[in-house]
Design a protein around this ligand. Sequence first.
Ligand SMILES: [Zn+2]
Length: 121
Amino acid sequence: MKDRNFLDTVMEFEQQLESLQGQFHALKEFVAFMMEEHQSLQQENFLLRQRLDEIHAAEEEVLKQSELNAKKLSRLDIGEGYDNLARLYQEGFHVCHVHFGSSRKAEDCLFCLAFLNKQNG
Ligand SMILES: [Zn+2]
């Protein structure tokens, strides 16, 4: 009777061990799955950061270009304005604020020349 009880206990223990082994196996698979997931997320994160850096660099480039274009454009405006005034002076008109628009009568005007010099510089 005592031996029978002991055998039952051993068999029960064996069943518990088998069940435990099954749980352990499931746990191992779960850990492996999580590690794989972690690695793929890290990889994805790395690629996204790289892409973000590229986008930031492109944005900076566009900003730099548009600033450069704005500078070129304003320089062009000043240049064009100066050319128009110089042409007007060559055609015989005052461009100085003293006599602006009136005829020079073929005489040079110091105010006009000073003004044009300042615009050109
Ligand atoms: Zn003048």
